[in-house]
Design a protein. Structure first.
Lengths: 522, 217
């Protein structure tokens, strides 16, 4: 919307008596011209010409000048164009009518113009107000946090008021904190505090330009919303004069509403989050306690059976009970071990006891332990004979491998082979991969499998879903990385790296393929 | 725990004496002169670790320490202080019996009856002649490899801590240089085992040391 159409010409703002003098000058110039053009016969046209001049003066030089022009023109008209010429005497009623009509019309035109001018000014003002309001509303709507909201609001306020703005927000403890101050947020100034408290308490403007604490250096406008006062806006005038206006007041109201809206949104978000967390927590707790109680229940009933029936049970029956108890006790032990491990990991009290270890030995140790559980599956290993020693905690790394292999066993059939590969990657890490050819998982779940208590859609074979989480924790504690990929042809592959600290490797050899130095024997 | 295992052991023909405090344990050792001692590191009145040297001072009988998982550092200390082997709770009865058998066998080796030849699989190590042979031909070992293997063989089927191996092969000045041991054990495995990643004889015990398995107990 352009304001050019109703812009006031600069000539209306000429200072002092200049417009009036120009008006007089205009009349003075006009008169001889008219005399020359029309002579004394064509009085009607002369009158119209004068009126035209007056209208022009009214448009260009303003209301007062046009009055001057009107009166001047009327007098001149009478003197030069009405009989008796060169005298102000009006000899006939007809001439009086002419004179009166001209003066009246002139004044009328003048006042019409003045009114038009006033309306234009008002429209311009209104338009500017609308633009400012729109800018504020836009800024408030775009804000995505309380801080940015206050910053935008304050900046808009500074644009329209002639003041430096600070916004103080009221916290839940009713204390004020500075959310925005030109030049960076800082603490609430002591001088502001008292006035701000008053304004907030009474929900009335205080400070400069008001009845309340008028000796203050700034004006304090409370931000009142449905829940009460959410804060106070301080306006410190930059170059004298008042900072309060109806525009500032209406903007302040809007800011208050926007702040309350933001606060409500934050509160809602927090409440939802807490509810969700609580829901997950109780779901996990009930799931875990169920998993722990189940084997306990079995042990209790199997042992109770043995006690109750004792010798009346056939040998095979007694053996069956004993076997069940043994199996469930083992399962319970595993579950408790997982829980302990994850607790230790999470509380940060996992002690990584590093020493120079051979990955080959760790693999061998793990394979021994796993072969019993592998249930006849083929465990194929590929470990290079030349591997550097790694500065790791052997027991923890064994745990990682064990968890990965357990996971592979759980998710693959008894006919599917499981592969374990070790390779040196570059000069700074060793990569260990456990490859299974089982059911595999969705690509979208590849990172989620390392989450606590994640058990996959068909929850496979016992366990709390902590194995991979613990593995990840241990790998990270060693400065390595762990990640999963689908196996080509179906299944899941998990890789993890362990860093090689070549610079600190022990004395005799860096790699382990070299012939040992016999001179080292003591 | 004691009740459970006493039953098992007595069934196997052993006579069992037990003590539930460290003090009583020492007394029992002195008075009964047992052939083997099972020591739980988590005794109520005294730190099991401190008991090991005290017991060792009173008897040459093998000490098998029993501890919970996570007490690796304690196990190493106990083994270095004179214990012979270990069991981790929870353990099964077969494991217990196997350990006891090994312990008793090694006890019988002390003195003149100490065996001079240790066999495992197709290999046989002549401790006096300092030779390892497989069937007819000799397997060449470096002096250090031989020292390591000999140490393991003298404690056949018992765990030997890395510290002990270091001391035997390099001297006590080389404590805490576990990397050396790893390197040489790797070399030994490559010479002896058909699959170095799945050793049958030279087995490593994570965090503790190594064991030479002569039988598949």
């Amino acid at each position: 919307m352009s304001t050019k159409a109703i812009k006031e010409p600069w000539t209306t703002r000429l200072p002092g008596p200049l417009p009036d003098l120009l008006a007089v000058a205009g009349v003075t110039v006009l008169t001889p011209a008219l005399l020359f053009l029309f002579g004394r016969e064509d009085v009607a046209n002369v009158a119209i010409a004068y009126l035209f001049g007056i209208a022009f003066v009214s448009l260009r030089l303003g209301h007062r000048a046009s009055i001057v022009a009107a009166i001047g023109s009327a007098i001149t008209f009478d003197y030069f164009f009405l009989f008796p010429y060169h005298s102000l005497v009006i000899s006939h009623v007809r001439q009086l009518v002419s004179f009166g009509a001209m003066l009246g019309t002139a004044l009328f035109i003048s006042s019409l113009n003045e009114r038009l001018r006033r309306q234009a000014r008002a429209a311009r003002h209104s338009e500017r107000r609308t633009e400012q309001n729109y800018a504020l509303v836009k800024a408030l709507a775009e804000a995505d946090s309380l801080e940015s909201l206050c910053t935008s609001a304050a900046q808009q306020l500074e644009l329209v008021s002639n003041a430096t703005v600070a916004i103080l927000l009221r916290g839940p403890d009713d204390k004020f904190r500075c959310a925005y101050r030109a030049g960076g947020a800082a603490a609430v100034e002591a001088e502001d505090l008292q006035a701000a408290e008053w304004a907030a308490a009474h929900l009335e403007a205080a400070g400069l330009g008001t009845r309340n604490l008028p000796q203050a250096t700034a004006t304090y406008l409370p931000l009142g919303a449905a829940r009460g006062c959410v804060g106070v806006v301080t306006l410190r005038p930059r170059s004298g004069g008042s900072t309060r206006s109806s525009l500032t007041m209406s903007m302040t109201r809007q800011i208050a509403i926007a702040i309350e809206r933001m606060l409500l949104a934050d509160e809602k978000r927090t409440a939802l989050l807490e509810a969700e967390t609580e829901r997950i927590r109780s779901a996990v707790l009930s799931s875990v306690s169920h998993d722990l109680r189940a084997p306990m229940a079995v042990i209790a009933s199997a042992s109770s059976t043995l006690l109750e029936h004792g010798n009346r049970l056939p040998g095979s029956g007694r053996e069956e009970m004993a076997r069940i108890i043994h199996e469930e006790a083992r399962r319970l032990n595993e579950l408790l071990k997982s829980l302990l491990d994850i607790t230790r990991l999470q509380s940060g009290s996992l002690h990584v006891n590093r020493d120079w270890e051979s990955i080959e030995e760790v693999v061998g140790s793990v394979l021994r332990r796993v072969e019993a559980r592998a249930g006849g599956r083929h465990l194929l290993t590929s470990v290079p004979s030349e591997l550097p020693l790694l500065h790791v905690d052997a027991i923890l790394v064994e745990q990682v491998l064990l968890n990965l292999l357990d996971n592979a066993i759980k998710h693959s059939g008894s006919e599917d082979p499981i592969e374990l590969e070790v390779a040196v990657r570059g000069v700074d890490s060793v990569v260990v991969s456990v490859i299974d050819h089982g059911t595999g998982i969705d690509s979208s779940e590849l990172t989620r499998i390392f989450d606590k208590f994640y058990r996959g859609a068909p929850a496979a074979g016992g366990g709390l879903g902590l194995g991979l989480t613990i593995a990840k924790g241990i790998v990270n504690a060693h400065g390595g990385r762990i990640w999963a990929n689908p196996t080509i042809g179906g299944g899941l592959t998990i890789h993890f790296t362990l860093p090689i600290n070549a610079a600190a490797a022990p004395g005799p050899v860096v790699g382990m393929g070299a012939e040992p130095l016999e001179g080292l024997a003591s | 725990m004691i009740r459970v295992f006493a039953t098992s052991l007595e069934t196997e023909g052993y006579r069992v004496f037990n003590a539930d405090t460290g003090q009583r344990a020492l007394e029992e050792v002195r008075t009964r002169n047992p052939d083997l001692i099972l020591l739980d590191l988590g005794l109520p009145d005294v730190d099991g670790l401190n008991l090991v040297p005290q017991i060792r001072a009173n008897t040459t009988a093998p000490i098998v320490i029993v501890s919970a998982r996570e007490q690796e550092a304690d196990k190493v200390k106990a083994l270095d202080a004179g214990a012979n082997d270990y069991l981790t709770k929870p353990f099964s009865v077969p494991e217990l019996l196997a350990r006891i058998r090994v312990g008793l066998r090694s006890r019988a080796q002390v003195g003149d009856t100490a065996r001079t030849v240790v066999t495992f699989g197709e290999y046989s190590l002549d401790l006096e002649a300092r030779r390892l042979s497989r069937g007819d031909h000799q397997v060449r070992l470096s002096p250090t490899e031989l020292k390591l293997l000999t140490t393991l063989a003298r404690h056949a089927d018992e765990v030997v801590t890395t510290n002990t191996l270091l001391k035997e092969a390099w001297g006590s000045a080389y404590r805490t240089r576990n990397g050396y041991v790893r390197v040489y054990m790797h070399a030994l495995r490559r010479k002896i085992e058909s699959d170095p990643t799945r050793p049958e004889y030279l087995v490593n015990e994570a965090g503790l040391g190594y064991r030479l398995r002569t039988s598949h107990d």
